[in-house]
Each structure stands twice: as C-alpha cells, then as structure tokens.
Write a protein that binds this ligand. Structure first.
Ligand code: SF4
Ligand code: NI
Ligand code: NI
Length: 710
C-alpha cells in the first residue's frame, strides 16, 4: 500500500544513513571511543530496552545496525511496517547518540534540549500518577500558520499536558509568546526529525524505571508504553518518508498520530488520522488516547493550571510581593462549626492589590474556615499544604514556603488582567470545595492585608495553632497510632509497588505523610490509601508484621510477600521510581550514602543518582538499596534495624543543609551525639571511598565501629 511503501522508504533511508554515520564515526574515532547520552543509567535506552544490549562504545554499534536492518522486512503487512518504524527509532537513536561523541552538549546551538536526563523522568512520576499531568503530547513539524500551532500548544499547557516540540514549531510557539521550558511543561527537543527519539526514550525509560520491564523484553515494553504512557503525536505540515516511518514507530509504541494534512486512504483508524481543522486537533488527540482532563473551572481573570506550578516571577515583572520572612504573614485553615460559616463568603481586611505601590513588599494573611460533619482538625495541615500548589497554579502568581514563612509574588501582567484579593480567595475556595468535598460542607475565606491585623493574628491565632499541631505531630509515632496506611497511587506506572506509610516513614515520593494517607482514605475509602492494621508483630526490630505482609501481598496482587518497615537489608520496602532520595551501602565504612534527585554529581560509590536509582524501582525489592523521602532521613526509624541514622556517612551538601537541623536533633536524642552532620561527608569533602574513609576516621564517625551490614 501507499502507507507501507512510504514507511519502508523512510526506514530504508534511515538505515542507510545510520550505517554510513556509524562507519564514518568508527573510521574517525576508532571502535573504543565512548558513546553515551550522559545523565542516564540506561545506555542507548531504545536499544537497551528492546534488545538488552548495553551500548557504551562505537564498536558496539554495527551489531545494532544489523538488528535495525533485520526489522525492515519490506513486507506488505502493516504489523511488519510498524516494526520498520521501530527500526527508524533505533536509527534515530544511534544518529542522535553520535552527536554526543566528543561533544557533551551538541544542542548548545539548537533551541532544543536534546536528550532528557533520568532525574527529570523520575520527577514526572508523581504528577503522572495523580493525573496532574494527564497526558504527553509530541508536536512536530512546521504549521502553515504559526498562530494555530501556538494555540494548540497553549491549550495543552492549560490542560496540564506535558508537550514536547520537534522542528520549526519551536520557533512558531516562541514567536507567539507561548512560555517554553520544563517549568511550563513545554519542552523543545530539537530541529532534526531524529530528535523526536528524545521523547521516545522518555517513554521507554519510564517502562524501565517504573514498570520493571526487563531489558530485551520487547513485547513487554510495547505493552507497557501502549497501556500506561498516555502519549500521542500531532504533526504539522507536509510529511516526508522519514517522518512517516518515525510515526510508524510511535504507532508501534501505542501512540496515535494526528496529522494536519489529508492522508486519504493511508489513514489507520485509531492510529493514524487526519484532522484538517486545527480547532479539532486537541479534542481528537485526547479522544484517541482516552485522556480525561480534570477541570477546575475557576472564575478568575487569568489561567489556572498545574502547568504554571513551576513558574518563576522575577523582581522586575512583579506588581507586589508578600514576604513572610520580613513581615508578619501566614496561611491557616481553621475548623469551625457549620453555624459559624456562611458558605463562599469572602472578607477583605485592609487594602486590595490596586492600592499597593508597584514593586512594594506588603503583608498578607489568609484564613480558610471550613466546616463539615466528617471534618477532623488533623486534616487542617493536609489542606494547608495544598495552598502552595493552588496559588502556584495561577498564571503569574508564585508561592513559596508554608505556614508563617510564605512568600508570594503577583506579576504585573496578572495584576493588569484584573487579578485582585477576591480572586485569590476564589482559588482557595474552589479548590478546597473541589478536592475535599467529601469532608468539607462549607468554606469561607478571609484575607488580611492590614499590617497591624496580620501581626496580631499571626501571634494570637496562627502561631498557637502551629504549635498545637507540632505537638500533635511529635506525639505521632509508629507505636502511638492504631493503624498504618498503604498507598498504591504509583501502581498506574509500577504495577506491583506498594508504599506502607507510617507516622515516622512517609511515602518515598515525599508527598504522602501518614496524615495525608489518613485524609486520602477518609476522602475516598475505596481509593489508593487503605488501612493496614498492626496487631500481629513478628519482629519489632525489623518492623515485621503479619498484617503488613498480608496487606502488601494483597495490594501487590501477590508480587510481594514480605516487607519490613525498618530494614534496608531484609525484605526492604519496594520503590516505584519517583523517590526523592536513594540510599545505598558504602562497604568501606559500614555505612550508607544518600543521594537526592537534584544532585547531579558523583557519589563515593562511583555512581551518580541516575546510576544508583537504576539499582531499584519498578516495585521490586533490592536489599542494600532503598528509595525514600527526604523527611525520612531524620526519622528515628530510618533503617533502625541496621543501627539507624548513625550509618549515614555521606550525602550531597545541599541535602545535608536541608535536613541537618532535624538530623542533628535525632542524633542527639538517640545517641547523644552533638552536630552529627559535621561527621557526615559531602561532595566538597569526598567523592571517592578512600578520601571519605580518611575523613570519617578523622571525625570518629560512629559507623566505623559498627557491625558490617553484609
Ligand atoms: Fe507513590 Fe508511594 Fe508516594 Fe503513594 S506514597 S504516591 S505509592 S511513592
Ligand atoms: Ni511579629
Ligand atoms: Ni511513584
């Protein structure tokens, strides 16, 4: 058929190109020259996932070219032609990898970013499972009318969809003023059509990271991407044979392609479809992938979408700033009796934003009063922590911090669009009512911008409330509560992963505390968080319970039988892939090192975060390695079975700074050690085991005197 002819012509062209480029590179650099994309533990991910081959040098590539060619059968069947599409993907991956030979940043001159590092993919885990990112769009080519593609991309952005751009659509979006960057969920990959492989490897690495797909299991890989990665492709402008064969590769992975030219009888319903009217592109694309958008329609003058969550507002663009580190500011949820609240009431005490000097620093406090039959004061901090995300989702509003240490910036553009205090209140009201309707019946919002009132209420109302909550949190230990909770939110991507969430061990993503899990269970009793009883203890030291084992076996559909809460060596908890940190054994010191996702450097284990992270994940147990949340580091239950936090010998400086106060406090309480963090190495001290050991010896680190872990 015309379609298969076109696919084969593209695949054959790419095969020829790839073979030539590989031969040239070997002639130039020799077979032993290293080839790597950089920040990844998955080699050339497409080749690795599909065949299990770990390409590391140019000499590994000719065999891959052989595999590539074997995928091109030139047979009429569509299934065969789709395999040829995979061959194109392999070819594109090799051609792109060759750009990285002898050049760490081949994309320096392109407006795209090229290869996407592993940590970025891990950071997408939680938003993908919660539906916060409902889908992934690949927008490719050059539109006849740039404004049309910009409008489509902006629409995806407002729906929270993660979009990757390939080709001149990058400039078309930029020219139309669409905000571009990972922070805006709009990632330009590059201009060569081969750069589309960089989004393909995102999907493929998701299967390896979260899905525990074994390298070489091609059918498993294709089933995973088809069923679990909600991606689709939109092409703009004329299609050449290479693009069509790349599109066949996308279809083989389960990603439908919507083209804006008339493909006539080359169309394949559900997989390759023409949509000539750009007004229909988004709707059709979402339908093909069955993507449902959570709509929070909020009547405010600017956009509200999770896409804007990471937006930064610079000093020069800011209309007004509220800065809790310099003046009294706070945010607070208060539980009231139903009779005390008039639903949807808004009160403003003090001037509105238009009465504030441009660029000035002001005071603000907002109190969200809630009432409901099933409301518990334990949920107050759970709601309150959401404010950060609610306010950040407003286009042109930036929020950092929490409680009475908040900072908020409102951009000039957003102010000029008419955004005022009542709109901020509306965002809080609508989101609380939308997300927590199972427990909140009535809600009202008071915003205070009057300086004297802010100061008075902070001291008289807010601080005493926070203190009371902190006391409650302190008293919440694994021993003091009657039950734990499971979380299986990540099963969308890691089918057998279960987190057991306890007061002293939050979910490894860092986003689900015991109180969060309790609230989630209350809000949706059939949902992802279920009660786990803890009545039948088997081993206190390891944190082994019959109840926990049963729950884990049930929620993992039998994939897991035993899990301990406090050991990294014996049946440790599984990891899905979106952990904030990973710790691993450091054999020379009897200790463990910890690396956080943001850390880009080397660790004393000779592995980077991506390398370490690849040791665990996909819902399997890996003794000696464990993913965990940042907060867990200062917990008295952190690998308690192996001796606890005394085992920590190294972590990146940034992470150490973040956790030092709490970690020092725990070390003092547990072992009477002062300033424990001063004994813990970091990258400014050592990135190799010998230097680290010398440092630990000098400091008299307690791990050195402990029993070997293995
Ligand atoms: Fe995923 Fe565990 Fe976090 Fe739940 S607690 S969202 S399962 S990492
Ligand atoms: Ni004060
Ligand atoms: Ni996860």
């Amino acid at each position: 058929s015309a379609l298969t002819d076109l696919i084969y012509s593209g695949s054959n062209a790419v095969a020829g190109l790839t073979e030539g480029a590989v031969n040239d590179a070997i002639a130039k650099y020799g077979e032993d020259k290293k080839v790597s994309f950089g920040d990844t533990a998955y080699f050339l991910p497409t080749i690795y996932a599909a065949t299990g081959v770990k390409v590391s040098r140019l000499g590994d590539l000719p065999a891959c070219v052989g595999v590539l060619k074997s995928l091109i059968t030139n047979k009429e069947e569509l299934g065969d032609a789709l395999n040829a599409g995979l061959a194109t993907a392999v070819g594109a991956e090799i051609l792109e990898a060759l750009k990285y030979v002898d050049n760490e940043n081949p994309y320096a001159e392109d407006s795209g970013i090229g290869f996407v590092p592993d940590p970025v993919i891990r950071s997408l885990g939680v938003p993908l499972v919660t539906g916060d990112i409902p889908g992934v769009a690949v927008v490719l080519g050059k539109a006849d009318n740039g404004a049309d593609v910009a409008k489509i991309v902006k629409d995806y952005q407002n729906k929270g969809i993660m979009t990757f751009l390939v080709g001149d659509v990058i400039e078309q979006c930029a020219e139309a003023g669409v905000k571009i960057g990972l922070d805006y969920r709009l990632v330009p990959l590059g201009h060569d059509v081969t750069s589309v492989i960089h989004v393909v490897t995102v999907a493929i690495r998701a299967a390896l990271i979260f899905g525990n797909i074994k390298p070489g299991d091609l059918p498993g890989l294709l089933a995973y991407t088809k069923e679990r990665v909600p991606a689709f492709v939109n092409t703009f402008g004329a299609l050449d044979a290479v693009t069509v064969s790349a599109g066949a590769g996308a279809i083989a992975l389960g990603f439908p392609v919507v083209a804006d030219i008339d493909l006539g009888d080359m169309q394949v319903p559900g997989a390759l479809e023409s949509v000539l009217n750009h007004e229909e592109t988004v709707k059709k694309s979402l339908e093909l992938r069955n993507i449902k958008i959570k709509v929070t329609e909020i009547p405010i003058p600017v956009a509200f979408s999770s896409t804007y969550e990471g937006e930064i507002i610079r000093r020069g663009d800011m209309q007004v700033e509220f800065d809790g580190s310099r003046v009294d500011c706070f945010e607070l949820v208060c539980t009231k009796e139903a009779s005390e609240i008039e639903d949807h009431e808004f009160k403003l005490i003090g001037p509105d934003f238009d009465q504030m000097e441009v660029g000035s620093k002001q005071q603000i406090a907002y109190i969200v009063n809630v009432a409901g039959k099933n409301m518990q004061s334990d949920f107050e901090p759970v709601f309150e922590r959401k404010f950060h995300s609610y306010l950040n989702c407003i286009e042109g509003v930036m929020h950092t911090g929490q409680r009475d240490m908040i900072r908020i910036r409102i951009s000039k553009a957003t102010f000029e669009a008419g955004f005022r205090a009542k709109d901020l209140a509306e965002v809080l009201y609508c989101n609380i009512m939308n997300e927590f309707d199972a427990v909140v019946d009535k809600c009202s919002v008071t915003i205070i911008t009057d300086g004297v009132e802010c100061t008075r209420l902070r001291h008289e109302l807010a601080i005493p409330t926070y203190d009371r909550r902190d006391e409650r949190l302190e008293s919440l230990t694994d021993e003091s509560v009657p039950v734990y909770y499971s979380c299986i939110m990540c099963q969308a991507f890691s089918p057998s992963h279960v987190c057991v969430v306890t007061p002293e061990r939050l979910g490894l993503c860092g986003a689900v505390s015991w109180l969060d899990a309790k609230a989630t269970n209350q809000l949706d009793p059939e949902g992802p968080c279920q009660v786990i009883t803890k009545e039948r203890v088997i081993d206190e030291r390891l944190g082994r319970y019959e109840d926990v084992d049963e729950a884990v076996a049930k929620f993992s559909q039998g994939a897991l039988e035993h899990v301990t809460l406090y050991s990294i060596m014996e049946d440790p908890m599984t990891s899905c892939g979106c952990f904030e940190c990973i710790c691993g054994i450091e054999p020379f010191s009897n200790g463990v090192i910890i690396a956080n996702r943001e850390y880009a450097g080397m660790t004393p284990l000779g592995m980077t975060f991506p390398d370490l992270a690849s040791m665990t994940g996909g819902g399997v147990q890996t003794p000696g390695f464990m993913g965990h949340g940042k907060h867990f580091i200062s917990s008295k239950k952190f690998m308690k079975a192996e001796g606890g936090i005394e085992r920590i010998v190294w972590m990146p400086k940034d992470l150490k700074d973040q956790v030092s106060e709490r970690l020092n406090k725990t070390a003092k309480e547990l072992y009477g050690i002062d300033n424990f963090c001063d004994m813990v190495g970091d990258e400014t001290i050592a990135t190799d085991p010998e230097t680290l050991l010398a440092f630990l010896t000098e400091k008299g680190h307690p791990a050195l005197g402990m029993d070997p872990m293995m």
